[in-house]
Design a protein around this ligand. Structure first.
Ligand code: GMT
Length: 384
């Protein structure tokens, strides 16, 4: 098949999933054309069958805001025509599903089929804003096929966006390359952290980790407050990977709570698997999370997770099996759950094993990519 993929190119989970789908399809012999404003961060290696088409958004003195959605639609028309695309698979409904709809109208009978994958705040936050709602609902309903990574998000799309129930939404979970995100059998010494990042020596301490884009929905303040409690009970360090609007607030809170000797902000990291592999616990105190890909990445590396019992998270992290879940905002319980795990090697090891097994059994790239291929074929009317 000849497949166009559109996503945001930054560090977000939707861009990660879109890129990994493209890479996996290309490996299986399909031709993949990324149509994005920039090369997706995860697309480090252009293997065979992978092509990139940049969406250029022109500046013009009259434009108060640059019309990205229109430039994208035009590029979709161009690439679909010259590369003879069978499908356009767009990730994150706003505005990608709308650009794809426009492209389809322009192309008429020769248009590729449109698959829209919903990711989270395109439904649960931004998509519900009146300024986007009608066009988001319409563009989803007009897609030839729609997918969501969790049953939670599927239901929210019907309930909150009022997408007609006659429109099927296929739940295809997010996935992970369990051979890249793998437990490191031999734990390395973390003595190199202090020299590099100004943290004190960490040997003999537990390592806690969080990876996100530091948006308000991630509730970083809860994470820091929980860690202050954990740190007072268990010798531990917290590593934070990623960057975003809440980082300064978080750094400030760390100083206020006088735990700066135990917290390391590493910023954006292209390759953070080794950090996960060294970690004893992953923390995810989010308010909204349609799936929680970051938690799955940790689980695949054999790291137990303490997280919030919200939206799609319980479909990924099983409470009492791969870690513990607590209510949003209840950072004290988050801390207590963490301490319980960190104080018992037996519990930590059992959760680590369960987490890895759950990732391999349910969310491995090979298993999930077949579900996308089957949906593509069904949408194109191809048998088998
Ligand atoms: O929806 C978003 O906030 C953006 C999106 C992203 O690009 O980071 O995150 C969502 O999609 C991820 C991949 O499907 C999920 O793992 C995240 O849980 C989800 N984030 C939210 O729902 C807040």
């Amino acid at each position: 098949m000849r497949i166009g993929i559109t996503c945001y190119s930054t560090f977000g989970g939707s861009g990660v999933i879109a890129t990994e789908i493209g890479i996996a399809l290309a490996k299986r012999g399909h031709q993949v054309h990324f149509i994005c404003s920039d090369v997706p961060r995860r697309l480090v290696d252009f293997g065979e069958n992978i092509f990139f088409h940049e969406v250029e958004v022109r500046e013009y003195p009259l434009f108060e805001f640059q019309p990205y959605a229109l430039s994208l639609a035009s590029k979709m028309v161009e690439v679909s025509t010259y590369e003879k695309l069978d499908l356009l698979h767009v990730h994150y409904a706003i505005p990608h599903a709308t650009s794809a709809y426009l492209a389809k109208q322009i192309l008429g009978p020769l248009a590729p089929k449109i698959i829209t994958t919903l990711h989270g705040t395109d439904i649960t936050l931004v998509g519900q804003d009146r300024s986007y709602l009608p066009i988001t609902r319409f563009s989803i309903a007009e897609s030839d096929a729609v997918t969501a990574p969790s049953t939670f998000l599927k239901r929210a799309t019907y309930d909150k966006l009022n997408v007609p129930s006659s429109k099927p939404i296929n739940v295809i979970p997010n996935f992970i390359d369990t051979e890249i995100f793998t437990p490191n059998v031999q734990k390395l010494s973390l003595g190199f952290i202090p020299n590099l990042r100004g943290c004190p020596k960490v040997t003999g301490t537990k390592i806690l980790i969080h990876v996100s884009n530091f948006r308000p929905v991630k509730r970083i303040a809860d994470l820091i407050r929980a860690f202050a409690i954990i740190q007072s009970e268990v010798k531990s360090h917290l590593i934070l990977i990623g960057d975003g609007p809440e980082r300064s607030m978080a750094e400030n809170l760390v100083r206020e709570l006088k735990i700066e000797d135990y917290v390391c902000f590493l910023g954006k990291q292209d390759s953070f698997v080794p950090w996960l592999q060294q970690s004893d616990l992953f923390l995810l105190p989010s308010e909204l999370e349609s799936f929680g890909l970051a938690a799955l990445e940790a689980m695949s590396c054999g790291v137990p997770v303490v997280a919030t019992n919200t939206q799609g998270i319980p479909e990924v992290v099983i409470d009492g099996e791969c870690g513990y879940l607590s209510e949003v905002g209840d950072y004290k319980t988050l801390a207590d759950n963490s301490i319980k795990i960190l104080k018992s090697n037996e519990l930590q090891e059992q959760f680590a094993k369960n987490a890895r097994k759950r990732a391999v059994d349910n969310f491995s790239v090979d298993k999930i990519i077949e579900q996308y291929v089957a949906l593509y074929k069904k949408t194109l009317g191809i048998e088998g």
